[in-house]
Design a protein around this ligand. Structure first.
Ligand SMILES: C[S@@+](CC[C@H](N)C(=O)[O-])C[C@H]1O[C@@H](n2cnc3c(N)ncnc32)[C@H](O)[C@@H]1O
Length: 384
């Protein structure tokens, strides 16, 4: 396969493959998405939204941020500690932060006064956009990396929307009963070719620890970066919650035989493909999140799992139907358009079922929260 995309980036990747005589798919994906200044997320180009490559819930309607804001206010009252911290990781263009902050500032000024909103973002381009859109909120600040916090120093909520799906993943394949890892090498014409190598011990350990049964012939992803990251988050939290919103499944569903090609996809101008090696640096590459892994490794690092649900149930528990009702009472085009957008947030074929919400907590008595009040039917899609 020919490696195409941003020429400079293609060259850097090829040089590394030559020098190291092959690199793992994970390292290729990491460079394609995050290579300084040239990677998909690190370069200045519209990614999310109409002129970008994909939409996220944060872009759709302010109701998403308002309802999350409502959830955070409940948590603020439950924890009863000041200052209260909201840490958002991978905030993208900052729309969600904007809607959450606007809701809290306008409706709960006392909570706003006692809150610090901290953003962690890997993309310099997104940080610039975030600084612009959040300039009227004086309680906002940026931290470079989660590891910059002292251990057990955060009281409040650490949350993300579509963060873990953007982490680079290892690809594995099961052939004749044995697990291999996909590496990338170059042939004589400098085209990329995938080769199978022995997997790292970490991958084998992950499969064993999570009790994953990979069907014969399946190619799928292992997100070791997510495992490390949830443990880092757990370490930094003193008291409060971790809320992860993303698309994905528990292990039992993720590795079912009908997903023989795994879940990795590229997004470019709102079209998806499985051509990871074209449009390098110009297209998103993303995979479904394994929520069993976040729950399991979070627990080892001190996070209890409070509950696991989908976006439709979570938002409905927090009052989405009230927002629908208010809009329905109005008789104008904006209300009509908002109702349609809100449907995308909850309908099963839209984001409602595909997107899940994992809530974890640490040092909280009576940890149940409003977003988890009514849960979906506990099929394999929800059993962690
Ligand atoms: C798919 S976008 C989602 C953006 C936003 N949360 C939304 O809902 O629109 C993923 C974001 O996570 C950021 N990101 C990826 N890895 C990160 C990391 N380790 N730390 C901080 N941000 C990260 C990316 O730069 C990007 O802005």
């Amino acid at each position: 396969m020919k490696l195409t995309g941003k020429e400079e980036l293609v060259k850097v990747i090829k040089d590394r493959i030559k020098k190291e005589k092959g690199i793992s798919f994970r390292d290729f994906m990491d460079m394609a998405l995050y290579y300084p200044e040239l990677g998909y997320y690190t370069s200045p180009k519209a990614k999310i939204g109409g002129f970008g490559d994909f939409f996220t819930a944060s872009e759709l309607d302010p109701a998403f941020g308002e309802l999350l804001g409502k959830q955070f206010v409940e948590i603020y009252n439950k924890l009863n500690e000041k200052p209260f911290q909201i840490v958002e990781i991978g905030a993208g263009k900052g729309y969600l932060a904007h809607d959450i902050l606007k809701y809290i500032k306008e409706n709960h000024p006392e909570v706003y006064k006692n809150t610090e909103y901290i953003l962690i973002e890997k993309s310099p381009y997104h940080i610039k956009l975030q600084k612009e859109i959040l300039k009227d909120f004086e309680i906002v600040r940026w931290v470079q990396d989660i590891i910059d916090f002292e251990d057990e120093s955060i009281t409040g909520v650490i949350f993300s929307n579509e963060l873990f799906d953007a982490f680079p993943v290892h690809i594995i394949r099961k052939v004749n009963g044995k697990i291999y890892e996909v590496y990338i090498e170059l042939d004589e014409e400098e085209n990329v070719k995938e080769v199978l190598r022995e997997p790292s011990e970490e991958i084998i350990k992950y499969i064993k620890e999570l009790n994953i049964n990979i069907p014969e012939g399946m190619q799928t992803e292992i997100n070791l970066d997510a495992k490390d990251y949830i443990q880092k988050i757990a370490k930094k939290l003193k008291k409060g919650y971790v809320i992860t919103i993303d698309y994905g499944y528990p292990s039992a569903e993720l590795y079912k035989p009908y997903r023989m090609r795994g879940t990795l996809l590229c997004y470019h101008k709102h079209r998806y493909s499985e051509n990871f090696y074209e449009n390098v640096g110009l297209q998103d590459i993303t995979s479904h999140v394994n929520f069993s892994a976040l729950s399991y490794y979070g627990k080892i690092a001190g996070l209890e799992t409070t509950g696991f649900t989908d976006q439709a149930h979570f938002l409905t528990n927090l009052g989405l139907m009230d927002i629908f009702a208010q809009l329905q009472e109005r008789d104008d085009i904006e209300a009509y358009e908002r109702i349609n957008r809100l449907k995308t947030l909850v309908l099963p074929k839209g984001m409602g079922e595909k997107f899940k919400v994992l809530v974890q907590h640490k040092n909280v008595e009576n940890p149940q929260i409003k977003g988890l009040e009514i849960l979906p039917f506990m099929s394999d899609r929800y059993k962690l």
